[in-house]
Ligand binder design. Structure first.
Ligand code: IPE
Ligand code: IPE
Ligand code: MG
Length: 257
């Protein structure tokens, strides 16, 4: 079968794609295996999708790998996931550097075990000079945690006289979020058929196009990514305006309506 890649318009790529990688446990269950087996296979999908985004020239890819709520899973699953994270990062740093990919993290990483944190920080440092795809791992992340942190820091700055509450605008608040250095995602993909956000980038997804697919994460490959991007390219992003306004703006710019 011909790849969907050739149908993608390279001039209208989303600059930032965010993915809720879901369905590892169910994938394993279908195969009569334990949940960790699903997580291990999920790494293959991460590899393929990261490569796919880098090849397309996507600027930012944020992967929801572990939520604040996931700490409440059975201890064996949590420690298995942390171990998998350490192994994967150790193994992939060379490839990240070879492909000019810069690894970054958002989340409450102080909750991570010491050795996980150490390996992660080393990889972040080792890839800091790369200028291609920004790969952002959301680890021990939740949006409500992030907003609570932002509110606390903002409060401290007001108290210290560094910030006048009357001058606070959207852009001021955004500077307090973990994502301050990244543009908002334009496309958010969730696998496994669940149609919810699960505390992921609630503020930043305000105008993202959402793509839900029944494919379980360990089965997700570049072709599935291309399908999501094509779907994104077929949508009209109106940002509150009317379709007619957008057509005339595009004519004014000399584009095709
Ligand atoms: C996503 O798969 C991975 C993590 C949340 C760490 P799940 O582990 O949530 O798999 P399901 O949803 O139970 O199938
Ligand atoms: C969301 O998946 C978090 C990650 C993919 C890391 P979950 O499987 O934890 O989400 P819920 O609990 O089903 O909403
Ligand atoms: Mg799940």
């Amino acid at each position: 079968m011909k790849s969907l890649k050739s149908k993608i318009d390279p001039a209208h790529l989303p600059n930032h794609i965010a993915i809720i990688m879901d369905g590892n446990g169910r994938w394993a269950k279908v195969k009569g295996q334990d949940r960790l087996f699903g997580h291990y296979h999920g790494v293959e999908s991460v590899r393929d999708v990261v490569e796919g985004c880098a090849e397309l020239g996507i600027g930012y890819l944020t992967l929801y790998a572990f939520s604040t709520e996931n700490w409440d899973r059975p201890p064996g699953e949590v420690s298995g996931l942390m171990e998998l994270l350490v192994q994967t990062i150790r193994k992939e740093v060379l490839t990240l550097n070879k492909n000019n990919i810069r690894l970054q993290v958002i989340g409450n990483i102080s909750m991570l075990p010491d050795n996980t944190l150490a390996v992660l920080e080393e990889a972040i440092l080792e890839t800091a000079g790369n200028t291609g795809l920004n790969l952002i791992m959301a680890l021990s992340y939740s949006s409500r945690w992030e907003m609570g942190e932002a509110a606390r820091q903002l409060g401290r700055d007001v108290k210290a006289g560094k910030l006048d509450p009357e001058t606070i605008k959207e852009e001021t608040f955004e500077k307090y979020l973990c994502t301050r250095n990244y543009p908002d995602p334009e496309l958010m993909i969730r696998t496994s058929g669940e149609c919810r956000i699960s505390n992921f980038l609630l503020y930043q997804l305000a105008y993202a196009e959402l793509f839900f697919t029944p494919v379980l994460w360990p089965d997700f490959r570049k072709e599935n990514l291309y399908e999501a991007i094509l779907d994104f390219q077929s949508r009209e992003r109106r940002f509150g305006k009317t379709s007619e306004q957008l057509s005339s703006e595009s004519l004014d710019k000399g584009g095709n309506a």
